[in-house]
Design a protein around this ligand. Structure first.
Ligand SMILES: Cc1cc2nc3c(=O)[nH]c(=O)nc-3n(C[C@H](O)[C@H](O)[C@H](O)COP(=O)(O)OP(=O)(O)OC[C@H]3O[C@@H](n4cnc5c(N)ncnc54)[C@H](O)[C@@H]3O)c2cc1C
Length: 310
């Protein structure tokens, strides 16, 4: 555990907003306000901010909001956004990178390729931050983030920095939890601020070619031009959520301004007027129809936060 170098008299230097519309910070471009929204100036400022908060108030770290729906009634929480703030990638030794949580995952993929490192190309089309990728165990094209993580740096509710190992976490498909019996709870009183990745020696041109073909494939199969949050449901074992949703006849089905994408049935798009409630109702409807038709209980991948309306 490490205390940040600062004194309590220091002034906060980040941006503090009240009742900030989360539609501005989520890729669905829908949803209610966050009671408090803080964008720290840097890691010292983040630490100072945390030391000044009432520890009974829930804190939510967000990256680029590409896996997040905030209900229309808003979020009575302190939202901390590190996207574009903790933004450094450093080469630690020949094949290791230290990456801060606010780095966009596609930037990490390009940086690795440029430095002739292989193993992070799959991140090129995941439009979130590295912190969000750690929280979600993001993956694509057969790759996942946690198998390339060497060790992790976190910050706790008192602004203290911790070094964690991979063995401190239970990692599964799109799921990351602290080990049972841990003295911390990731996402509740401790959050990711960076990690060291172990990559391998690669060939720049090969990695760049891989990235181009990943992105071309995404452009052809996903509604990348309309607001969405990627796959809404996890794939059930041995099957695909998109296949089940399409087979249930739900492609193109809409509630208000939220529609099941015609291009990829596991994506919900905001056609321009969707409320968070439209999106959440559509998610429930899809879940119900697939369960009735195929007896499959789809598990949600996107996270839904915030107060339920009266
Ligand atoms: C077009 C599109 C395609 C996508 N494709 C994929 C894909 O192929 N594979 C895939 O896995 N995902 C995919 N996603 C989903 C999403 O991009 C990933 O889950 C991404 O890693 C989320 O990062 P974020 O910064 O946007 O996280 P956010 O949406 O901001 O947050 C997601 C969750 O992580 C938590 N969190 C964020 N940052 C931190 C932190 N620093 N410490 C602790 N908790 C944190 C948040 O509290 C929240 O619970 C896609 C999304 C879109 C819109």
């Amino acid at each position: 555990m490490q205390a940040m170098n600062m004194n309590q008299q220091q002034k906060l230097r980040g941006e503090l907003l009240r009742n900030e519309p989360m539609a501005k910070h989520t890729s669905w471009r829908a949803g209610g306000v966050a009671a408090v929204f803080y964008k720290p100036a840097d890691i010292n400022d983040l630490s100072l901010f945390l030391t000044q908060q009432d520890s009974s108030k829930p804190v939510l770290f967000v990256g680029l909001g590409s896996n997040l729906l905030v209900r229309d009634a808003g979020l009575d929480a302190i939202v901390i956004c590190v996207s574009g703030v903790l933004n450094k990638i450093e080469q630690r030794d020949e094949y290791c990178l230290y990456v801060e949580a606010g780095v966009p995952s596609p930037k990490l993929a390009r940086f690795s390729a440029k430095h002739s490192l292989t193993g992070a190309e799959f991140l090129c089309g995941i439009p979130g931050t590295f912190g969000g990728a750690l929280a979600m165990n993001a993956g694509a094209m057969g790759g996942e983030i946690w198998p390339i993580v060497k060790n992790i740096t976190t910050i706790d509710q008192y602004g203290l920095i911790h070094r964690r190992t991979v063995a401190d976490f239970d990692i599964a498909y799109r799921s990351v939890k602290e080990k049972t019996g841990s003295d911390f709870k990731i996402g509740k009183n401790e959050w990711f601020i960076g990690a060291t990745l172990q990559l391998q020696k690669g060939i720049r041109e090969n990695s760049e070619q891989k990235i181009r073909s990943h992105l071309a494939r995404r452009g052809a199969t996903q509604p990348t031009q309309q607001p969405n949050a990627g796959s809404v449901f996890r794939n059930p074992a041995g099957d695909y959520a998109a296949r089940l949703i399409e087979a249930a006849g739900l492609k193109g089905y809409c509630i208000g301004g939220a529609c099941v994408s015609e291009k990829h049935a596991n994506f919900i798009i905001n056609t321009g007027t969707a409320t968070a409630s439209d999106i959440e109702s559509l998610i429930s409807h899809i879940h119900q129809v697939v369960e009735n038709e195929f007896k499959v209980n789809l598990i949600r991948e996107v996270r839904i936060m915030g107060n339920k309306s009266e």
